[in-house]
Structures are given as structure tokens and as C-alpha cells.
Design a protein around this ligand. Structure first.
Ligand code: HEM
Ligand SMILES: *[C@@H]1O[C@H](CO)[C@@H](O)[C@H](O)[C@H]1NC(C)=O
Ligand SMILES: *[C@@H]1O[C@H](CO)[C@@H](O)[C@H](O)[C@H]1NC(C)=O
Length: 548
């Protein structure tokens, strides 16, 4: 069936389901104030997806309406949007699975990666999480530090080599960091199997897989047109069995998604075929590296701890997607901020070099985890970057049950009443904006829009509502579906930052450019682009030279 008819059929079906549901559900959040919407069909969906600068809309809305407000989704649907600490804590952290993922949101990820941990719900999710947890325990992650350090010094050596020739390197920093974190994930997935993306060695061209990943978030969903936005909005009303057919649609991004998915499945099968049988050997049974854990789960007799072949491959793909670009983009923003804050960069380098002197004096070679944790200025820079530049800017959740959402920042209703809690019905969609929460002046201070790592010396955690898994930030989400890799990522960022700031000086590029934070709408992922050149993909031009 030609695409326009197929899309029209989807829209018609969705409208029908919507109208029927509407008739039986007269309960609303209409008393909550919010920005007017000029379009019944699109609500704010199109406007939100079209933002030039990620989150500029919610920053505007929160200054107009307070910490919680109402927006419109497609087809006249009322959404809530909140940056309220207590509401965030309630929805994301305290309610278990009572606020679930939105179909539209997980289905894109599902089409890309298959039934991996990010895209499954309820008891399936519990099973995936239980199997994967041992690979991410604090104790186990300590063993990864040498890997992080090895990749960090490999990157460092590459840059030194380039600088030997040129003296100065004007480069796209994001590409280098993305290759480094991809190498780390590749080795981590298969430490026991010598499977290696070799992204740093081969450059982008050599690995078809790396090429496949490059700019996937942008291509999936950067500034979608109106038809794409509407088409996606219908997914929430369409049975999943039909949604699975979407990937066969002959319009971009679906052919791209399908081919990346096929490519990875072929790789995944090959790895499993070549290496799967080795997992029985004694060493690997005890091993907690992720691939060993996954293969053991496949052999499990207990359905509660079993993963099938499709799930294993999806898991590998999911981890690669979830674990590499998120970390490299965060680091990219960190070095961007350092290039603009030379004084802070110099202080950080001084602290790292002082530590280096102590480590050398005690006869040591590499930094230990305790050493890295003692680098307060580095840690504050990481925290501040996570606060100001959360890569996932927020997440939508859907109430599974009727509930009452408590607020720490009361709001005024359309009739002038002060509201301290909001009753919601099953099916209510709530967008929790992490970027917005992380710029609440009452929580973080008046200079919320400024990168100021020293604020972390003054933050009184007692004054804050406890949210998230780290530093009261929502960047890694919270609760049963919080980022499983947050500690992994932190240690990785600490190790890479210490190595690179110790050795290199970061400056703005020779040719002056303005950086923007672009948004991949449907997955709420943010990435840096050069203003006016977003179509060319993620970019962070910086000048790198040897530090004196
Ligand atoms: C700075 C880096 C990172 C950021 C900002 C980040 C952020 C997040 C966020 C916000 C979620 C929640 C997603 C949702 O509910 O839909 C998440 C989930 C997840 N992250 Fe991360 N992440 C980072 C690094 C990593 C790394 C390094 C790994 C793996 C090694 C990883 C693996 C995962 C997985 C598997 C999930 C799904 C967890 C679940 O649903 O149970 N992440 N991450
Ligand atoms: C989820 O909702 C049910 C029914 O409303 C409630 O009994 C339960 O305590 C909730 N779970 C959590 C973790 O809050
Ligand atoms: C997983 O289990 C199935 C059925 O038991 C088996 O056919 C398959 O080869 C296993 N896969 C791996 C990767 O071990």
C-alpha cells in the first residue's frame, strides 16, 4: 500500500479510537494553566519538536506558569509538564511501575534496537534488570577503570601524534569522544571475547557499524516535518502488533533504522556464534562481563532469569546505543565549557597535576578510583555539566492508575485557586523536564543558566527534595528505570577528563562559531550542533593543543 494511504489509515484509526475514548473519559486537567495551543491536530507537539535551541520552550513556560503546567498533545489531548521536584520524585522515583513509558517513546527505540532493557515494560523489564544488575554493581565497575584508562591514553596518544605534526588541532571533538566511548562499550560488552569496535584506530570509515551509529539521533528525529509528527502521535492509539510494521515503510528514517538494525543483528549473531560456546569454560562462568552474563541467561532454565536470542542481541545493541553517545556528548559539553572558562580549566589542571605528583611520589602509576574521587574540581565540573546539559532533557510518563501528584511548588489554577496537588486519571501523560528542574533557581541558585561548577561547594543538599541517583540530578533519571550505567559512566568520565585535561589545552576554534543544543524530538535527546548547520549533524569544533 502506498505510504500516503497507509499514513491516512493510521490517522483515521487513531482519530476513531481517540474519539471513542474521549466519550467515555470526561475527566481532565483543564483547571491547570498553560500555554494556549493554536492547533487541535498538533497541539504543541510540532512546536516542541521544531525548537532551534533545545528546551527553550519549557524555560519560557516555567517562567510564565510556575513549576507545573498544562500543554497540548496531538488530537487535543491534555498533557501535564512539570519541573517540580516533588512531582518529579513522585512520578519518576517513588511510584515503581505506576508511571509507565509512553508507547510513542519506546516504540522508536524498539524499532531501532528490538526488545532490550530500555524498551520493555513491567515484569519483562524486571527480568532484564535482574539479569543485568550484577554487571553494573559498584564492586564490579571498579574493575573497569584500567579499561577506561587504556582507552583514555590511546586517545591521548593519537592527539599527541597529530599535534607533533601540526602543533595545533582544530577538530570536531565530539567525533573523537564518540569513538572513544564506543570502543569502551565494545570492549566492555565483550571483555572476555576480544570483540573490539576499534573505532579509534580505524576512524569512522573503517567500521560500518560506527558509520551506522553516527548521527542516528539526529537522523531519527531532528526537526521532523508535520506529517512525521502527526504520524508518530497516532502510535499511542494503535496496537503494537501493527506498529511493528512501521519499520517497513519506505520513507526515511525507517530504511536507515531497518538497515542499522539488520547490520547489528548480523554482527550480534556472528559474535554469539563465534564466541557463545566459549562461555562454558570455567573462567567465563565466573565472569561478570555483560556478554557472559547475557549468554548465561540464554542457557537459564528459569523463565525469570532467561533471555532469548532476540533479547540478547537487542540488549547488546541497546547498551551500545544507551551507553556511548550519552557519555561522549556529556564530555563534549564539558570540554566546550572548559574552553569558555579558561580560569576553571587551569585550576582543574593544577589539581590533577598536584595529584599526579603525589601518585608518582608514592611510586604509583595510574590513578585509583579514590584518587579520581579526590579531584573535587573535576567532579564539580562533571556535576555542573550534567546539570546544565542533560543529554536526555526529560521523559514522558503515563499514569497506569488514577493517582494524586504532590507538588513542592504550588501553582495557581485557571480559576485563581492555589493548588498543592494534582489528581490525575489513568492514561494521563506527564512530561517531566529534567532540563527545567535542573534550572530551578530555588534549588540551584540565581545563576542557573550559567556553567558555574563552584556552585557545588555551596549547595545545601538538606534544602533539596531528594531526586535521582546522583547529586540530586535527574540526568540519569530515577527509580526502577533509572540509568543502569550511571556509575559506569561517571568513572568513565572521571578517567577520560583527568587524562585529557592533564595533557591538553582546550580553546574555542580558530574560526568563530556558535554552538546550539539541538533536540531529537521523540527521544528527547540533545546534541551539540553548529548554529545554522544542524543538518550536517552533531558537531563541536574546538582547538586542542598540548598543555604547558
Ligand atoms: C552521561 C551518560 C549517561 C546519561 C546522561 C544517561 C541517561 C539515562 C537516562 C535518563 C535513562 C532513563 C531512560 C528512560 O527511562 O527512558 C537511562 C537509562 C539507561 N541507561 Fe543510561 N545514561 C548514560 C550512560 C549510560 C551508560 C554508560 C550505560 C551503559 C553502560 C547506560 C545504560 C542505560 C540503560 C541500559 C538504561 C535503561 C535502564 C532501564 O530501563 O532499566 N547509560 N540512561
Ligand atoms: C501503585 O499503585 C497501587 C494502586 O494504586 C498502589 O497500591 C501501590 O502502592 C503503587 N505502587 C507504588 C510503588 O507506589
Ligand atoms: C539460546 O537458547 C536457544 C534455545 O535454547 C539456542 O538455540 C541458542 O543457540 C542459544 N543462544 C546462544 C547465544 O547461546
Amino acid at each position: 500500500m502506498p505510504t500516503p494511504y497507509l499514513s491516512a489509515a493510521f490517522v483515521a484509526l487513531a482519530l476513531l479510537v481517540f474519539v471513542v475514548r474521549r466519550i467515555f473519559d470526561g475527566r481532565t486537567v483543564k483547571h491547570i494553566r498553560g500555554p494556549p495551543s493554536s492547533s487541535f491536530l498538533f497541539g504543541h507537539d510540532f512546536e516542541y519538536a521544531s525548537q532551534e535551541e533545545a528546551c527553550s520552550l519549557e524555560f519560557k513556560w516555567m517562567s510564565q506558569y510556575g513549576a507545573t503546567w498544562r500543554t497540548r498533545g496531538a488530537f487535543g489531548k491534555d498533557y501535564l509538564m512539570t519541573v517540580d521536584p516533588k512531582a518529579t520524585q513522585h512520578i519518576m522515583q517513588k511510584s515503581g511501575y505506576n508511571y509507565t513509558k509512553k508507547t510513542t517513546f519506546i516504540h522508536s527505540a524498539w524499532l531501532l534496537a528490538g526488545p532490550g532493557i530500555v524498551n520493555v515494560l513491567g515484569t519483562d523489564h524486571q527480568r532484564h534488570r535482574k539479569i543485568m544488575n550484577p554487571a553494573f554493581s559498584a564492586a564490579h565497575l571498579r574493575t573497569f577503570l584500567p579499561l577506561f584508562q587504556r582507552i583514555a591514553s590511546k586517545l591521548s596518544d593519537k592527539w599527541k601524534g597529530e599535534l607533533m605534526a601540526t602543533g595545533e588541532l582544530d577538530t570536531l571533538l565530539n567525533r573523537w569522544l564518540s569513538r572513544a566511548t564506543l570502543d569502551i562499550i565494545g570492549e566492555d560488552l565483550s571483555a572476555a571475547f576480544n570483540y573490539d569496535y576499534n573505532a579509534l584506530d580505524g576512524g569512522a570509515e573503517r567500521s560500518a557499524l560506527l558509520k551506522g551509529y553516527e548521527d542516528i539521533f539526529k537522523d531519527l528525529d531532528y526537526h521532523p516535518n508535520k506529517a512525521a509528527v502527526l504520524f508518530r502521535a497516532t502510535w499511542d492509539y494503535i496496537p503494537v502488533s501493527i506498529l511493528k510494521l512501521i519499520k517497513y515503510l519506505p520513507v526515511e528514517p525507517w530504511p536507515r533504522v531497518r538497515s542499522l538494525n539488520n547490520l547489528f543483528r548480523a554482527y550480534g549473531r556472528q559474535i554469539l556464534r563465534e564466541q557463545g560456546s566459549e562461555v562454558d569454560t570455567e573462567k567465563k562462568v565466573a565472569s561478570k562481563d555483560i556478554l557472559s552474563i547475557l549468554i548465561k541467561a540464554n542457557a537459564s532454565e528459569d523463565p525469570k532469569t532467561r533471555l532469548d536470542d532476540d533479547e540478547i542481541i537487542a540488549e547488546m545493541f541497546t547498551l551500545t546505543l544507551a551507553g556511548h553517545e550519552t557519555t561522549s556528548s556529556t564530555l563534549t559539553f564539558l570540554f566546550y565549557e572548559l574552553s569558555k572558562n579558561q580560569k576553571y580549566q587551569a585550576r582543574m589542571r593544577e589539581e590533577i597535576r598536584a595529584l599526579r605528583a603525589r601518585v608518582t611520589a608514592r611510586g604509583g602509576n595510574d590513578f585509583t578510583i579514590e584518587d579520581l574521587d579526590s579531584l573535587t574540581l573535576t567532579m564539580n565540573a562533571i556535576k555542573e555539566t550534567l546539570r546544565l546539559h542533560p543529554i536526555l532533557v526529560g521523559l514522558p510518563r503515563v499514569a497506569e492508575k488514577d493517582d494524586v501528584i504532590p507538588l513542592s511548588r504550588p501553582i495557581t489554577s485557571t480559576t485563581g485557586e492555589v493548588i498543592t496537588e494534582i489528581p490525575v486519571r489513568r492514561g494521563q501523560v506527564i512530561h517531566v523536564s529534567f532540563a527545567g528542574y535542573q534550572r530551578l533557581p530555588e534549588v540551584w541558585g540565581e545563576d542557573v543558566h550559567t556553567w558555574n561548577p563552584d556552585r557545588w561547594f555551596n549547595i545545601e543538599s538538606g534544602r533539596q527534595t531528594n531526586v535521582g541517583v546522583f547529586a540530586n540530578l535527574m540526568s540519569f533519571a530515577a527509580g526502577v528505570r533509572a540509568c543502569i550505567g550511571w556509575r559506569f559512566s561517571l568513572i568513565e568520565m572521571q578517567a577520560l577528563t583527568a587524562e585529557l585535561v592533564e595533557n591538553f589545552q582546550f580553546d574555542p576554534p580558530a574560526e568563530k562559531v556558535e554552538i546550539q543544543r539541538a533536540l531529537s524530538g521523540v527521544i528527547f535527546a540533545m546534541f551539540p550542533v553548529v548554529k545554522g548547520k544542524a543538518e550536517e549533524g552533531g558537531a563541536m569544533p574546538l582547538k586542542i593543543s598540548l598543555a604547558q
